[in-house]
Design a protein around this ligand. Structure first.
Ligand code: PLP
Length: 402
């Protein structure tokens, strides 16, 4: 008889987006003429930049001929891409990260989910509430007990900056700019976490998937801007929202040589060597054309083209933010982030406000409670729709709340 990994049965069912889809489908069914606009989905709407498409076409052409064909690539990623990342995202910003500390992958979801493979099931974990659900679910799948996971609430009272954990966790997940709240940490605020981690020998898993949306100079774009972070942090990055790679799939994880864990004798082990072993065993690399497409965003044209698209989404965020605030709503995020975290009016629950906006404004948002209990009383809006739809949705919400 086959015994399953019944940790999977301990997962809470993931209903959020299917519940939303069902409610929207029911509403559309009953109101076939309604022009429903989704401001809830985390996918991008702008196409890939020309530099990436051209690089990919060239790479695909190389795959046609025996003398330029590429088969299996290095599991850690091609040197051309790792070097471009090291040069542009780190060295050019005065950050000490080398190409061989960078692991290319098919995106940050896989890496943030898979990283738990290299830690003991007995490690204690701290997460924020609300949270990107992958962090919690991957720990449950790995057999970690609910009681070894501390939720650190982020809310208006603490300005969406979690209080230091109570449980002395071994691993702390931080995501900034944050999904879902759209809030950020200043350099000073992030430094407090690095100090905590160094003092308590904990590891910070820093998800910087939305780093490209940072425009304020006091907000760090990498945790390695903070002195000491090379010793206590792993950083995850994604090309999904930076360059529209949600459908292409490419991201990377930085594991500095200085980050260590301890074996059961108490001896130090480099996490870099464990992650390398994990990746070489279970991952065969992102595809060659996709890595060429990613490399192209570091060319002068590529940089300029992706900046335009990010600017486009940031304009949406600004439009939404201004009109929601004008409508009397309390809005967080949306300045260094594509997400807006909006407090529901009149104490409505997340789902009640969702229903109100769907039924009275034909606008779909994401109920905040879907990201954790502390998200109750909020909804998340994203800046990834077109300018046109964003302006229409903003106007409809303003009209409704007049
Ligand atoms: N991390 C966060 C916080 C995200 O919101 C997302 C995507 O929505 C990801 C990681 C996953 O990104 P990718 O498309 O690279 O898998």
């Amino acid at each position: 008889m086959l015994t399953i990994n019944d940790n999977f049965l301990r997962l809470a069912p993931s209903y959020l987006f299917s519940d939303i889809a069902r409610k929207v489908a029911d509403y559309r069914g009953a109101n076939p003429d309604a022009q429903v606009i989704s401001m809830g989905i985390g996918d991008v709407s702008r196409p890939l930049c020309d530099a990436s498409v051209d690089a990919m076409l060239k790479a695909v052409e190389e795959m046609r001929h025996a003398h330029t064909f590429h088969g299996y690539g290095p599991e850690q990623g091609y040197a051309f891409l790792r070097q471009a990342i090291a040069d542009n995202d780190y060295t050019a910003r005065g950050i000490d990260i080398n190409a061989d500390e960078i692991f290319i992958s098919d995106g940050a979801k896989s890496d943030t989910g898979n990283i738990v493979d290299i830690f003991a099931a007995t490690t204690k974990v701290a997460l924020t509430d609300p949270v990107y659900p992958v962090y919690f679910d991957s720990n449950i799948m790995a057999g970690r007990s609910r009681s070894s996971i501390e939720f650190m609430p982020v809310n208006e009272a603490n300005g969406f900056i979690p209080d230091m954990p109570l449980s002395e966790p071994d691993i702390i997940y931080l995501c900034y700019p944050n999904n879902p709240t759209g809030t950020v940490l200043t350099r000073h605020q992030l430094a407090a976490w690095v100090d905590y981690a160094l003092e308590h020998k904990s590891l910070i898993l820093f998800d910087a998937a939305y780093e490209a949306y940072i425009t304020s100079s006091d907000i760090p774009r990498s945790i390695y801007e903070i002195p000491g972070a090379r010793k206590c942090a792993i950083e995850f990055r994604s090309f999904s929202k930076t360059a529209g790679f949600t459908g292409l799939r490419c991201g990377f994880t930085v594991v500095p040589h200085d980050v260590v864990g301890y074996d059961h004798h108490g001896d130090k082990v480099q996490l870099h060597s464990l992650w390398l072993r994990r990746q070489t065993t279970k991952f065969n690399g992102a595809s060659y054309p996709v890595q060429r497409a990613a490399e192209a965003i570091y060319t002068p044209e590529g940089k300029q083209q992706i900046r335009q698209t990010i600017h486009y989404y940031l304009e949406n965020a600004a439009t939404l933010r201004l009109s929601l605030i004008d409508s009397g709503l309390t809005v967080y995020g949306g300045t260094d982030s594509p997400y807006l975290w909006v407090k529901t009016p009149k104490g409505l629950s997340s789902w009640d406000f969702f229903e109100l906006l769907l039924h009275q404004a034909d606008v779909v948002v994401t109920p905040g409670v879907g990201f954790g209990n502390a998200g109750e009383g909020y909804v998340r809006l994203t800046a990834f729709a077109s300018h046109e739809n964003t302006a229409i949705a903003a106007r409809r919400i303003t009209d409704l709340l007049k």
